[in-house]
Design a protein around this ligand. Structure first.
Ligand SMILES: [Zn+2]
Length: 147
């Protein structure tokens, strides 16, 4: 509904707060499924954009598994599975509350992609096992470095 001034609109909203809220609630219920689908789609798009950006930062026009950045694991099997974002030197749990905000920060440039790379599912799992084993067996003295 158009109002001649913002004050009039605010006055109307104040006077009809309950009615407006119940209409909003009803609309929310009606659209819930649709909204959830939209939010999933948005999330997926952000994830794809984030992966693309990380890949391009490593010189890949098309995202691909960069297990080659971990030379000791290159020979381990062929790639398999979907692509995932790998944290080169950190704990992914530090990224904050949701994956969505992590992707968004990458896409809008609030988060650097320098310490990230793309790994396929299989190599990401191998790599986690490798890091875990390394920690247990050699501490930090394995001499292994990021390339
Ligand atoms: Zn791979």
């Amino acid at each position: 509904m158009p109002y001649s001034t913002p004050e009039k609109r605010k006055a109307y909203e104040r006077a009809n707060r309950k009615r407006i809220r119940s209409m909003d609630r009803a609309r929310y219920k009606r659209d819930r499924t649709n909204r959830l689908a939209q939010s999933t789609a948005r999330q997926k798009m952000l994830r794809e954009k984030a992966i693309q950006k990380i890949a391009e930062n490593r010189g890949d026009a098309v995202p691909r598994c960069r297990i080659d950045l971990t030379p000791s694991l290159v020979e381990v099997d062929v790639c398999a599975g979907w692509l995932e974002i790998d944290h080169l030197n950190g704990n992914p749990n530090k990224e904050g509350k949701s994956a969505g905000s992590f992707y968004r920060k990458i896409v809008v440039g609030l988060r650097s992609v320098e310490d990230l790379r793309i790994l396929c599912r299989r190599h990401n799992l191998y790599y986690s096992a490798f890091l875990f084993g390394r920690k247990n067996l050699y501490g930090n003295k394995s001499g292994w470095k990021w390339k």
